[in-house]
Write a protein that binds this ligand. Structure first.
Ligand SMILES: [Zn+2]
Length: 245
């Protein structure tokens, strides 16, 4: 079993989504940092991913993450050239056999799926993107582009730093009054909780949200920016709609 399978995320989301919806989050056995602006994956990263996932991805679309709320939409009609990687923090697509990818080391990776319209989405949400409502924006764009009904959507959260470890400053009380808790040691922020609340506010049903509950700061198999600083590598999250066979 590849080491990445030890992350709860991988197993639980595989049961949560139907078999033709591929989801994967790597662990710290390889660094998936975006290393140049023209290739989603280096050759070594590509090979490592194929080894871990058990197959080679037919195509990968990724973004250069900037902690904003911009999401790119890749439809079957508008084929994007893979020349330049765009600045954005989320991707939505209805294209088959196109893997979408985001990278994290404490930030949240959120997987979205509309089973009625066969659309997937992947969002990178740190506190800044969350403050700008990126996950709610993803739902808005799915409604706009595909007429998705939020009540149909399935959402799964990958590993992220959680309120056990995410110590923040007092201003978070103003940014996120519902998801910032005060303890003896200071203020702590519930990043996945804030994203869950945004999804609920967008009409996604609580029963359709799966959170793997892995804290990247507690779990030493994960990269953690808070724990390791600038030396931290990046984990990659992948989502793909497989062609119906
Ligand atoms: Zn923790």
């Amino acid at each position: 079993m590849p080491s990445a399978d030890r992350l709860t995320m991988t197993r639980s989301s595989r049961d949560f989504f139907p078999p033709h919806v591929v989801t994967f989050t790597s662990d710290r056995s390889a660094d998936f940092k975006l290393s140049d602006s023209s290739t989603p994956l280096t050759r070594a990263q590509s090979a490592s991913l194929a080894r871990q996932m058990g197959f080679r991805l037919p195509g990968v679309l990724t973004v250069r993450q900037v902690h904003g709320n911009k999401i790119i939409v890749a439809t079957g009609v508008t084929k994007r050239r893979a020349k330049a990687i765009e600045d954005a923090d989320g991707i939505l697509t209805d294209r088959r056999d196109l893997a979408i990818a985001v990278r994290t080391a404490d930030c949240l990776s959120a997987f979205l799926y509309d089973p009625r319209h066969e659309v997937i989405g992947l969002v990178h949400a740190g506190w800044r993107g969350t403050q700008q409502g990126i996950i709610a924006q993803a739902v808005t764009l799915m409604r706009k582009q595909w007429k998705s009904n939020p009540g149909d959507l399935l959402a799964a959260f990958g590993p992220a730093i959680r309120s056990c470890c995410y110590r923040v400053g007092a201003p978070f009380l103003e940014h996120f009054p519902k998801e910032t808790v005060k303890r003896k040691q200071g203020y702590f922020f519930d990043l996945p909780g804030a994203n869950k609340n945004q999804l609920l506010g967008s009409g996604v049903s609580a029963a359709n949200i799966l959170d793997c509950a892995v804290c990247t700061h507690c779990e030493t198999e994960c990269f953690s920016y808070r724990r390791e600083g600038d030396a931290a590598g990046r984990m990659i999250s992948i989502m793909m709609l497989k062609k119906h066979s």
